[in-house]
Ligand binder design. Sequence first.
Ligand code: TXA
Ligand code: MG
Length: 364
Amino acid sequence: MKTELLNVNHLLKAAEIIRGGDLLGIPTETVYGLGADGLNSIAVGAIFQAKGRPQDNPLILHVWSADWLARYCEDIPESAYQLAEQFWPGPLTMVLKCRRRTPEELEELKTGPICSYTHFGPRVIPDVVTAGLDTVGMRCPAHSLCRHVIQMAQTPIAAPSGNTSGRPSPTTAQHMLEDMGGKIPAILDGGPCTVGVESTIIDLTCMPPRLLRPGGVTLEQLQAVLGKVAVDPAVTRQMAKGEQPRAPGMKYRHYAPKAPVVVVRGDPERGADYIRDHMSHTRWDGVICFEEFFPMLAQGKGPVLSLGPVSNKGEQARRLFDALRSMDETDVKRIWAQCPDDGGIGLAVANRLNKAAGFHIIEV
Ligand code: TXA
Ligand code: MG
């Protein structure tokens, strides 16, 4: 199959792909997603196939607005609407209780997979989306092309990040083509993602609400609306064998480039010195560092990439996955990476870097 690159002029075609039960590479402000009609179990099944994603890892649904929540969720706390008011459309996913199905809806699910979607069609989330959980992740993305497609298709779009499972998430249409070229009919090119790391996931089915994955909306921003927020241990440390994180996807080694990554945290200047003193200065050692230390570290033979200035964590988030992917195009055997502190979106950057490194972290 040849994968077609669509653009802003092909929105109708993009929406038709979704409505027709096919897969679409779709831009969001966080990362590109691999989208399908979230009410069509066959289309959703194809997402798992194309990504090589484990079946026990649920997908999130992308909706037009908070008005769509009650169609698919129940026991929705007031806090969900407060968060939506503040941060939607935007990089926030809320885990909510799935709406119980009526006897008629259960019958409908039994009599066959839902393929021919109509405007007044099913309002039921198939089990394949939630991996059988009684909760579902709901997100209202900000990217205008993505929003147009949701609006035109009039269905929630199920979309995991558009990478092959285990690879860094795609932040450009080109990245998506690398992973999904030949496997899906089309990718809608919406330019480079403006956030660059995936959405924040907050579980609102427990008290206090729990941060399952840090992302574009920061912990501090959530605390300002919710008060106390618990932070899932999977955010900051490796899960022990047999331990189950609340977001099933957090247990997999993720965001991983081919070469092992060593994360260096702490004072940025000391970190840069540490890397200079410990790297091999051959072509086998790559470095991802803050812009300030690029001249000092770029003197060896290996590839050196800048993550942006120490003080600009937003830029670091935007560049991170591209940097990890670029390292895969080299033959480095080890990657040294400088890491910001946990403040603001630094928590998300650090989380993705630590996961890429399998939590191999050096504190300086
Ligand atoms: O920014 C994003 O969220 C991107 C873009 C495309 O929207 N999507 C994304 O999806 O990152 P994915 O599937 O790569 O990551 C979603 C995470 C997974 O770790 C999954 O286990 C978790 O959300 N998740 C999904 N449903 C859940 C649920 N009901 N309870 C807990 N975690 C859930
Ligand atoms: Mg992902």
